[in-house]
Write a new protein. Sequence first.
Length: 255
Amino acid sequence: MTQPSTRETDGLAPSLRRLDLRRDVPEGWIRCSTALAGPFDEWRTRLAGWLAREYGEAPPRTVDAYLVAWYLHIPAQVGALLLHHERRVPSLRPEDLAFRVGAGQPYPDALAVLADGFCCLPTDPASAAPGATVVRDERALAAVLRARYTAHAARFVQAYGPQSRFGRRTLWAAATDALENALWGAGRAGGTPEAEGAGVADAALVLDSRYPPLTSASTLRWVDRGWTRRRESCCFSYLLPAEPECDGCPRTCAR
């Protein structure tokens, strides 16, 4: 009798191993739900100290913008990696994700998925595994990713909004940027034009239209033999000494 493959019997676990995503919360890691339950003062202080060491200054708006973008990177990156490489969408609830902040640059440099459930396509070899929920096609899978990411981002906006210098529209613009950048970046990491094109296609699939409170459909476009996008939010890096505006900055890019 043919034995089922590991991918069929273990459900999501092989996907996480392939993508270097953990399934536990080691000492020193932070569960997203824990981060959202308290003030972000320690992370903000570390981030300001790092900027001051690197650039000699730590403008408050830059610190705030970096923290927003770096936190939202967590659910966006997990969702983008699993969709791009595995055509699966895991739970993105704050209770089910964890991260480690780097010892030098205080960026989330490692991520964990703590729940076993996932959505997948009918052709997925683990579609009958415990915890698998089958959806009809890629558009439905993209809708699951979009909804789960938006739900996590909404909890972040609610928790961090009162601590931020930015209003809700700016926070949701940053959430939109984080999602599209993660989808695009999952393709770019492949290192070939074909891989990057697949990431662009994923962004177009997930953000085929504007889905409020997200602030825009995909803005990726081909310009001068390369892909670029118009950012929805400003990272305020231009406030750092000798730093120019980013490509696609909403301060300088026509909408």
